[in-house]
Design a protein around this ligand. Structure first.
Ligand SMILES: Cc1cc2nc3c(=O)[nH]c(=O)nc-3n(C[C@H](O)[C@H](O)[C@H](O)COP(=O)(O)OP(=O)(O)OC[C@H]3O[C@@H](n4cnc5c(N)ncnc54)[C@H](O)[C@@H]3O)c2cc1C
Length: 447
């Protein structure tokens, strides 16, 4: 009789403990906690992957790089699924252990080294907050980091995409990663350093092609960054300044704008007028006066805060965060968001808002090729939400739906790679398929 995954996991866990390839826990409270992520931001995923529906059978935590290939070999030998996890801030449910088995908690791999050429090599579980501290002390700026700065570098490269720094440096697929030490699930008990084009199937593919043990990524010489706040009476006024920032001699690190509806729940260090549109910019210090002047000419320059920690605070109100703050501040309502891109977000906001019933709000971010946005609307069911995607596309707005957990970048290449690196399909099961049952198109300019 074939054994269950739980039984096989118990045997694998005993073997992992015996060979010293990581600390094993079967504490139900811990398993419950680490078996879900921030998918609760999606009303669709709240229903499909609620906490507790899919649980790992054991949590394994390595603290040395060499333990990862060793424990994967044991899992391979026992046919045990392994789902990698960093800080669990992914919001697509993409670290949910659908088949149970081992939840691989990588936070114990937290080394950070600044290399001679200026790149940084960090253990997959190193938090980006810690990495940035080391980077700044060494006179370096990380190219890109997410608004969830306490997330791990392995999770950001494995599941994230963009953030502070993206105006200049694009996404995690645009040369950010120099190399990665990858452990495959092929029974070899090995790991190897992957570089160049070979990295593609390992970036933003949720660990289905191999476990990132460490990541080497690019930095720039450190600059002095300041946080600049502005307020505007109309959407057109805030957009005029937002788009103008692309002609600054040094591009800003971040430029986030919100409609009044999204402003009251933002945890800003300065008073934000809930009646007006908010623009928040991480500007290079020598451009700060120019940014302030542009804000003043179209609206009001509210404040410039020079301490570097203030740029962290400003970054913490970017990307998905305003959506989360709205949800947290209005628990009686169910909101969903769509990740989007395209100049109609600047030029035709009313047409964008008309796509969904009820109040629709736009949180703007800036990219070199134009605006990105979280389009936020009241949730009226999955079908109504998905029906908006072709309507947005017809307007020229590209969409990525954060309401599904399937690998949606370089899928063919990931499948081809996983055939070799994970022949039994044990890595993060349920995330990689050529024919997902829901809309997973991505056309917002990420590669
Ligand atoms: C409020 C909010 C704001 C956010 N803002 C941003 C943002 O600005 N930019 C952005 O890109 N994302 C953002 N995200 C999504 C998420 O925070 C990022 O993708 C984050 O960097 C993920 O890191 P993590 O350590 O939490 O990874 P996890 O959530 O633990 O994992 C993410 C994915 O990577 C896989 N994974 C984890 N570690 C490894 C590894 N070592 N090897 C292989 N695969 C691995 C996991 O299985 C999972 O599929 C946001 C999420 C929330 C909830």
């Amino acid at each position: 009789m074939r054994t269950t995954i739980a039984e096989r996991t118990a045997r694998a866990a005993a073997e992992i403990t015996r060979i010293g390839a990581g600390t094993v826990s079967t504490d139900p409270a811990l398993i419950m906690k680490v078996s879900s992520d921030w998918s609760r931001m999606s009303p669709v995923l709240q229903e499909k992957v609620p906490p507790g529906r899919y649980l790992a059978d054991a949590v394994v935590r390595p603290t040395e790089p060499g333990q990862v290939p060793a424990l994967l070999q044991v899992a391979f030998d026992h046919d045990v699924p392994v789902t990698p996890r960093g800080a669990g801030t992914g919001n697509y449910g993409q670290a949910t252990p659908f088949d149970g088995g081992i939840l691989l908690d990588l936070r114990g791999l937290d080394s950070v080294t600044v290399n001679d050429g200026g790149t940084i090599t960090a253990g997959a579980g190193a938090r980006i907050t810690a990495i940035d501290r080391v980077a700044r002390a060494a006179g370096r700026d990380i190219w890109i980091y997410p608004s969830t700065k306490s997330s791990t570098i392995g999770g950001f490269v494995g599941g994230g995409s963009a953030g502070t720094g993206s105006i200049e440096r694009g996404t995690t697929s645009d040369g950010y990663v120099v190399s990665a030490l990858v452990a495959p699930m092929d029974g070899s008990g090995t790991m190897r350093r992957v570089t160049g084009d070979e990295l593609t199937p390992y970036v933003h593919t949720y660990g289905v092609t191999g476990i990132l043990v460490d990541v080497e990524f690019r930095t720039d010489p450190a600059r002095e960054w300041v946080a600049v706040y502005g307020a505007f009476t109309s959407y057109a006024d805030v957009v005029a300044v937002h788009r103008s920032l692309l002609d600054l001699p040094q591009l800003p690190r971040l430029a986030s704008a919100d409609e009044p509806a999204l402003v009251p729940t933002l945890p800003a260090p300065v008073a934000l007028d809930p009646e007006r549109h908010s623009l928040r910019v991480i500007a290079e210090a020598s451009t700060a006066d120019e940014v302030a002047a542009r804000m003043a000419s179209g609206g009001e320059h509210v404040a410039t805060l020079a301490d570097y920690t203030e740029t962290d605070r400003l970054s913490g109100m970017s990307y998905n965060h305003p959506v989360w703050f709205l949800q947290r501040g209005n628990p009686h309502r169910s909101w969903f968001h769509m990740e989007s891109g395209g100049t109609p977000l600047w030029d035709a906001p009313d047409a964008v808002r008309d796509v969904y019933d009820g109040p629709v709000h736009i949180h703007l971010e800036l990219f070199r090729h134009g605006p990105g946005a979280m389009i936020v609307a009241g949730y009226q069911g999955e079908a109504a939400m998905l029906a908006g995607i072709p309507r947005l596309e017809a307007l020229g707005v590209g969409i990525h739906s954060p309401h599904q957990w399937y690998v949606d970048r370089n899928v063919g290449l990931a499948i081809e790679t996983a055939r070799l690196t994970d022949p039994k399909g044990l890595l993060n099961p349920g995330k990689l398929t050529a024919a997902p049952p829901v809309d997973t198109r991505v056309n917002i300019g990420v590669r």
